[in-house]
Write a protein that binds this ligand. Structure first.
Ligand SMILES: NC(=O)c1ccc[n+]([C@@H]2O[C@H](COP(=O)([O-])OP(=O)(O)OC[C@H]3O[C@@H](n4cnc5c(N)ncnc54)[C@H](OP(=O)(O)O)[C@@H]3O)[C@@H](O)[C@H]2O)c1
Length: 277
């Protein structure tokens, strides 16, 4: 099917982030619709991005080719219920964390579904978005890529469970990196730099190292070894990190994140089952 138009149910943080990147690429605001409770938000989205703004779903929605579920997981059942009769033929793209395809299918009533796990750097086009689709949505992969293309790197998953790994690495990953930046900044302050200098040093170090890792043909471990001559300063720092089991600690943190993603998916599944009874 040749899909062209799209409606966002929810124009909050993530909905707006995706819309802003879409209109900065080759999407026309005229092909994008947003439904949100909040009139002020709708007015702003409409004037800033030229999209159609709606306070509620309605029969107009049955003309739309695809729907993005961009509300919080706890708001999802109600949002789907309000739109269900008009999205029978639409491709449904969900960005709701931890809500599985089977549960979406039970609520929507069809299985042309793509589930995604975006992250916040998508707001500046430098995000990572994990995607998993049902076989029924495979013919729509080009359309889906067009929706997220300007948001950053897209990682297609072949199994839905892989999205829990995406959650642990890139979905929650920005928080790990922000924590690391906080640690570098705090050290800068302790060493007598002012707040601006400390923050600049910390951010530039992370940004420069990530860019070098991206552009260089060498692996991150080779790049690390190159700045770690035995007996030198970096060697001493990394020795402390190794003694404190940095790699194991990071692995444990990501395992805990992945485990929580599974638990939240299970809890959502139970709530869908309970509502069906
Ligand atoms: N933020 C992240 O880092 C991140 C990363 C990956 C995935 N996600 C996922 O992205 C989804 C959206 O998160 P967000 O941070 O963008 O949330 P948000 O800022 O709260 O945006 C959701 C918007 O949808 C509106 N809304 C709620 N129910 C609605 C309904 N029935 N009809 C129309 N509009 C409705 C909300 O209005 P009210 O405020 O009035 O309720 C709000 O404006 C979540 O499912 C989350 O799991 C977020």
């Amino acid at each position: 099917m040749n899909r062209k138009t799209i409606a966002f149910i929810g124009g909050g943080n993530m909905g707006e982030a995706i819309i802003s990147k879409m209109v900065s690429s080759d999407w026309k605001g005229d092909d994008i619709h947003v439904i949100d409770h909040n009139e002020e938000k709708l007015e702003r989205l409409s004037s800033e991005y030229g999209v159609h703004a709606h306070k509620e779903p309605g029969s107009w929605l049955s003309e739309i080719d695809a729907v993005v579920l961009a509300v919080k997981p706890r708001q999802l059942a109600e949002a789907i219920k309000a739109s269900k009769e008009w999205i029978e033929d639409a491709l449904v793209i969900s960005i709701a964390a931890g809500v599985r395809v089977k549960d979406l299918e039970a609520m929507i009533g069809h299985n042309c579904i793509c589930r995604t796990m975006p992250n916040t750097p998508m707001k500046i086009g430098l995000g990572v978005c994990g995607l998993y689709s049902t076989p029924e949505a495979e013919p729509d992969h080009r359309f889906i890529v067009k929706v997220f293309a300007a948001c950053g790197d897209l990682i297609w998953c072949t199994k839905e469970e892989e999205l829990d790994g995406v959650t642990a690495i890139s979905g929650s990953g920005p928080a790990y990196v922000f924590r690391f930046i906080e640690a570098l900044t705090e050290a800068g302050l302790r060493y007598g730099f002012n707040d601006v200098q400390a923050k600049r040093m910390a951010i530039a170090t992370v940004l420069g190292s990530a860019e070098l890792a991206k552009r260089s043909g060498e692996s991150p471990s080779v790049l690390r070894e190159k700045v770690t001559s035995k007996g030198g300063t970096t060697y001493e720092a990394l020795k402390v990190m190794n003694d404190r089991h940095f790699m194991e600690m990071m692995q444990d943190a990501m395992d805990a994140c992945k485990k929580r993603a599974v638990e939240l998916g299970d809890a959502f599944h139970e709530s869908v089952e309970a509502a069906e009874k």
